[in-house]
Design a protein. Structure first.
Length: 335
């Protein structure tokens, strides 16, 4: 777990010693150490919410429900390929527990088992998507030429490459996946141009835990649309969030999608499906917190007042703790 103390201001330790041996450079056995420092609360970013108190947003961590945050410094020396191109708080990370997570560097995916203090090189390429359910999981990593599938049976301690690689010019994972169990899962996909930019988004499905995938839907009517989070609650029903402000739903396992009617005054920013009937959306809206819920499959939507968010009362008490964008909005409103 991250440790907050005055020693966190120490300089980055890039010379590592293991088993009585001393490293001759900043990397030894593909391992590097980070150092932490207090940071302000992040307003945006990709969040990995562990529970109602613990969450990662990029390389920023809170263990007290957002009251305080610790940021982890990225090495800046030229022989460590952690040039993220973005501030550490916006780094491309995925944490499955407060201690175990993955990070995209310039040319490699790195992993930590100690809450970002120490990182080891896990596999080549950059992180596309990760999904874990219990000890079983899937990860996709690509180098611009191909994207490879990896699976785990021990909650991400070790990974094994499997199945044929994706061809990015045809289809490759975007950033989100949803698994019902160890074998059945869905992922957002897109075709990638020579600049590694996605277009013609869609959905692919796996029946073997992520080794092989079949593209089951393409958004051909909106080829430039950027697809975000996908979430299934059973073999048929799922939601798909579009960064263009639309919410899509499927009733046939992802083969067809239709637009969910939302309140007229909301500008959609995120969504979370909890059950076939119950779901949550986040957006910009006057006079409310911007969080709405439905208990009838999207026929009616009910806003949650800011007062309920701040007091953790009423419908606010039922907001799913693992809903990342909802978690961040709640923290903003409680400041």
């Amino acid at each position: 777990m991250p440790i907050r103390s005055k020693t966190l201001f120490a300089t980055l330790l890039l010379t590592l010693a293991f088993g009585g041996r001393r490293a001759s450079s900043s990397l030894f056995d593909d391992v590097a150490r980070f150092v932490a420092h207090p940071v302000g609360a992040p307003a945006t970013g990709a969040a990995s919410v562990i529970d109602a108190r613990r969450a990662w947003v990029g390389l920023a961590y809170t263990g007290d429900g957002g009251a305080s945050w610790t940021g982890w410094q990225v090495p800046s020396t030229p022989d460590v390929d952690f040039d993220l191109g973005v501030p550490p708080i916006a780094a491309n990370t995925y944490f499955v527990t407060a201690e175990r997570g993955w990070l995209t560097g310039t040319n490699s995916v790195w992993a930590t088992d100690d809450g970002a203090s120490t990182w080891r090189r896990e596999m080549p390429g950059h992180l596309h998507a990760v999904a874990l359910i219990g000890d079983d999981g899937w990860l996709a990593a690509g180098d611009g030429k191909s994207v490879r599938n990896y699976t785990t049976k021990d909650a991400g301690r070790t990974w094994k490459q499997c199945g044929p690689p994706w061809e990015p010019s045809e289809a490759a994972p975007l950033s989100s996946a949803s698994f019902l169990d160890s074998t059945h899962g869905w992922a957002t996909i897109g075709s990638f141009n020579k600049r590694d930019l996605p277009y013609l988004g869609g959905v692919a499905k796996t029946l073997d835990g992520g080794c092989t995938w079949k593209v089951i839907w393409r958004d051909s009517d909106n080829p430039g649309e950027n697809l975000g989070d996908i979430r299934f609650v059973n073999a048929n029903i799922g939601w798909l969030f579009s960064y263009y402000g639309k919410l899509l739903e499927t009733m046939d396992g992802g083969a067809h999608w239709r637009t969910v009617q939302l309140p007229d005054d909301i500008r959609l920013e995120g969504a979370y499906l909890e059950s076939p009937a119950k779901g949550w959306v986040l957006g910009s809206a006057a006079g409310s917190s911007g969080i709405y819920y439905t208990s009838d499959g999207g026929v009616q939507w009910h806003p949650i007042p800011v007062a309920e968010i701040r007091n953790n009362s009423g419908a606010a008490r039922e907001i799913p703790p693992k809903w990342s964008s909802g978690f961040l909005r709640i923290l903003q409103l409680r400041r």
